[in-house]
Design a protein around this ligand. Structure first.
Ligand code: F6P
Length: 336
């Protein structure tokens, strides 16, 4: 007998039925995002076979060398989502300015920010990379959005998600009603609900941080990591394990799956920029997902989703994951 499985399309349509007054616009937008992620997944999977690995001469607005896959993924995301009339504008980590919907296409009621291929330096070495996106409402009465219209705190997000291109391609989504994960079945070309109602365990024995930055850290982070390293014989009374994939999507997925804490804190090296990771493309969408799965997310001094953005490419310190550990770190910041 056929074993019925829930496709992402069915899941989205059933979710839509619970929203009074829903027009289907949002569901269609998510369908276009899903298509974009499938196309990017296909490029990432084929890698060297189709000549998409390696770098270009160009740099992005962050001053980082662009990978071929960064540019391809950005293009795929823009053109999968600009034509359908659901979005009023987009902003990408790879582009200086906002992307206006081309003349000739209708403009819709949503704004989207995205990082088309996060952790892309990992693609050349065949380690997991991912796409992150966040959807906001276009402010009422705004027909032609400007950069200012994007500068909404993370609490205003109506949806956030990521696609992880790892051993399997997985898509994880929240619309503010919990977190669900889907695995791409390559044979039928559909995402299937495989991780319903994801929850982050409150306690954990695993932390993730780039230890090579240790000498630049603030005292609260040094204290926390030293205590983890002291393990059973220290104040924490238990051993901790460490991971650093250098691919935020993969780290967040691990935390959603088995718990843990991820830190890219403020340090004396990234102080002038205000942190390392981007608020609009990485920190806010991941914070929304993590909070919806029962975890916590903070700069160490403030809930990330309450940070008022002042720039599209703004950076923030990020400490997210299992609630108990994030709270412990916050308490060290308050004490220092
Ligand atoms: O912002 C891009 C990113 O690759 C993240 O996905 C990742 O967490 C971080 O940078 C890795 O930073 P580092 O190069 O310091 O390890």
């Amino acid at each position: 007998m056929h074993n019925h499985r829930t496709t992402i399309t069915q899941f989205l349509i059933e979710e839509q039925r619970h929203v009074t007054g829903a027009t289907g616009d949002f569901t269609s937008l998510l369908n276009d995002i899903v298509t974009a992620c499938k196309v990017i997944s296909n490029y990432v999977n084929h890698g060297a076979l189709i000549g998409v690995l390696g770098s270009l001469e160009s740099e992005n607005v962050q001053g980082e060398t662009q990978k071929k896959l960064d540019v391809i993924s950005n293009d795929v995301f823009l053109h999968s989502n600009d034509w359908a009339g659901h979005l009023a504008a987009m902003a990408s980590e790879e582009m200086d300015d906002i992307y206006e919907i081309p003349a000739g296409y209708p403009r819709g009621k949503y704004l989207m920010t995205f990082d088309p291929l996060d952790g892309s330096s990992n693609s050349d070495v065949n380690v997991s990379v991912g796409t992150i996106f966040s959807i906001l409402r276009c402010p009422p009465g705004v027909d032609k959005p400007t950069l200012q219209d994007f500068l909404q705190p993370g609490t205003q997000q109506i949806c956030a998600g990521y696609a992880l291109y790892g051993p399997s391609t997985v898509m994880v989504l929240t619309t503010g009603n919990g977190v669900n994960g889907f695995t791409l079945d390559q044979n039928i070309g559909e995402f299937i609900l495989t991780h319903p109602k994801m929850r982050i365990p409150e306690t954990t024995n695993e932390f993730a941080i780039n230890m090579s930055n240790m000498r630049f850290w603030e005292p609260a982070i040094t204290r926390y990591v030293e205590e983890c390293l002291a393990g059973k014989t220290g104040t924490r009374g238990r051993d901790f394990n460490m991971r650093w994939i250098a691919s935020m999507v993969a780290e967040v997925h691990r935390i959603l799956t088995r718990g843990g804490v991820f830190m890219y804190p403020l340090d004396s090296k990234n102080l002038a920029q205000g942190g390392r990771l981007r608020l609009m493309y990485e920190a806010n969408p991941m914070s929304f997902i993590v909070e919806q799965a029962g975890g916590a997310s903070s700069t160490g001094r403030q809930r990330i989703m309450e940070v008022q953005p002042t720039g599209l490419h703004q950076r923030v310190p990020v400490i997210l994951g299992s609630k108990d550990e994030v709270e412990q770190i916050i308490s060290y910041y308050s004490a220092s």
